[in-house]
Structure formats: C-alpha cells, structure tokens
Design a protein around this ligand. Structure first.
Ligand code: SF4
Length: 293
C-alpha cells in the first residue's frame, strides 16, 4: 500500500484505475485539476490496483446531480444529495417506515442505481455513517460548505436532499455535528426530503422541524387514504407513485407533476405530487404503485 501519486505518477493511477470510467476521468484531468483533486481527496490511497477507502480516508458523500435533481439547474438550483443503501440493504436500517412495496420498488434501483459498483458505494457509505458517525457528519459538513460556496460561485442557489434513497431523521440528536443539527449549520440553505414516517411529517406540520427543512409525505400501500386527505386538506403535499402516466386528479385531489423537477419545496401546497413508476416499481404488485383512473 502506498500513498496516492503526485502529478508525475498520474499515468500509474490511470493504469491501476479499476474501471474504464475511472481511467477516462483521470486521464482527462488537467494538471491543475489533478492537483486540486489530490488536495480534495486527502487520504485517497492506491493499493493492489484498486482505489480503496480506509477508516481514515475520505469517501465522497454528496452528489450534485442525478437524472432527477439535475433538472433543478434550469431553475437556478443545484441539489446536493446523498444516496445511501435503503431499508436494511447494508445491514443498517435507513428506512424505519418502509413498507414491503416501497422497499421492493425503491428508486435505489432506478437509473445508475442498477449498476453493481453504485450499489456497493451506497452500502459502503451507509456503513460509514453508522460505524463512524462523527467522522461522517464532519465530512458532510465539509462537503456541504464547499458545495454551497461552489453553487454561489456559479450563480446557483444550493439546496440539499440528504435522503435521496433513505429516510433518516437527520434532525435528531444522533446525527448532530458539534452540538447542532446539520440544518442549523446551514441556516440559509433549503433542505428537503420525502418521508414515509407519519411521526416525522407530524413534527413538520407542528413546526417542530428545522425552519429550513421541507418535507413531503410519501404514500405507500400501507398508508390510509384518510391520512392523505387530512394532510392535503391541511395544505401539505403527499407523493404518490402512478403506473405509466399521471392523472389530473386522484381521489378528488389535484395531482401535479413531481417528475418535472425534484425541487419539492417550490411545489404548490395541498396537492398530490404525482410520480411515474421507475426502476423495479414497474413490477410492483403490492399496491405501492397506483393505477390512474
Ligand atoms: S422508497 Fe423511501 S422509505 Fe422506501 S425503501 Fe426507498 S428510500 Fe426507503
């Protein structure tokens, strides 16, 4: 095992890169960008022809674009988010309110999520969170600080979705960093998420969530229609996954297109956020995916 090469060793890194994409990415870096990367990835280590992450190394937590969140750029927003392994895939439960249907149909399997290396990265990231929580939160804080700065530099508004494929109560004490929640560390940044937790949604409705955190309730096959109607009547939003296409209304409630962007905090209030099935959701038979009437 030896430390990451300096610029003159960059060709070695290319040879040892694990995948074609890594090779292409590394070989296309300008010398300046290469050195910048080396500074960013301080403890990056090359060993045995593979890029490894050890307990002291830095595994990148945030991404700034999947096929959905990237749509926000056209509206002037950059969404930074974390893809963890949903449900109990990693051995740690990241979705305490998951149903059978949503666990099977999770967006975790949509787009790049189908790739084995992506799944492995999500599992590693989740283990990192649960096994080295303080280090994880410190790094999250650091990456967010850099991301927010970068967004403003490019004249974009940063926003954050920590639960891209999880339902973690980041607002609670176990996830505090230096005595306060990550939301309180970035009071001027909007955070948003979906949740299947009635308990979390209730806290949001009662004004007990951080002021800069917006939640959209997410229906599963276990959700009572009455609960959905109550939330919508109280001017909150509920996401519903539909088969093939979106109806204009569902159970008497207005449906708006939630696939248009991922910027849930900009949605009109008191509506159903309609999402069309993706990934394994296409095979759902539990009732998680709703047949539009
Ligand atoms: S749909 Fe949401 S709650 Fe269900 S498994 Fe996926 S991330 Fe977890």
């Amino acid at each position: 095992m030896r430390h990451c090469p300096k610029l003159k060793d960059s060709s070695l890194a290319v040879i040892q890169a694990k995948t074609k994409q890594e090779k292409k990415r590394i070989s296309s870096l300008s010398p300046k960008r290469w050195m910048q990367s080396m500074r960013e990835i301080k403890f990056f280590i090359l060993a045995g022809g593979k890029f490894l992450i050890n307990s002291k190394s830095i595994m990148k937590l945030l991404n700034s674009g999947n096929s959905k969140t990237i749509k926000g750029l056209a509206h002037g927003y950059v969404t930074y988010g974390i893809h963890l392994a949903p449900s109990k895939l990693s051995g740690f439960n990241t979705c305490h309110w998951a149903s059978e249907g949503c666990s099977m149909a999770c967006l975790n399997t949509a787009g790049r999520g189908r790739m084995t290396n992506v799944q492995k990265a999500r599992i590693n990231k989740t283990k990192f969170l649960f096994q080295h929580r303080e280090t994880f939160m410190a790094q999250l804080h650091k990456e967010l600080t850099a991301g927010v700065k970068k967004a403003y530099k490019y004249d974009k508004t940063p926003c954050v979705r920590l639960n891209l494929t999880s339902d973690i109560p980041w607002e609670t004490k176990p996830f505090f960093f230096e005595g306060k929640s990550i939301f309180d560390h970035f009071p001027d940044v909007t955070f948003y998420d979906y949740t299947k937790g009635s308990y979390r949604m209730r806290k949001f409705i009662d004004g007990k969530m951080p002021k800069n955190y917006s939640l959209t309730f997410s229906r599963s096959e276990e959700t009572e229609l009455e609960e959905i109607k109550e939330l919508v009547s109280k001017v909150h939003n509920v996401a519903v996954v539909f088969r093939d296409k979106l109806p204009k209304t569902w159970e008497g409630m207005q449906v708006v297109d939630g696939d248009d962007t991922d910027l849930r905090f900009l949605d009109p209030k008191g509506v159903i956020i309609g999402l069309v099935e993706k990934g394994l959701a296409k095979k759902d038979e539990t009732g998680f995916v709703v047949e539009p009437k």
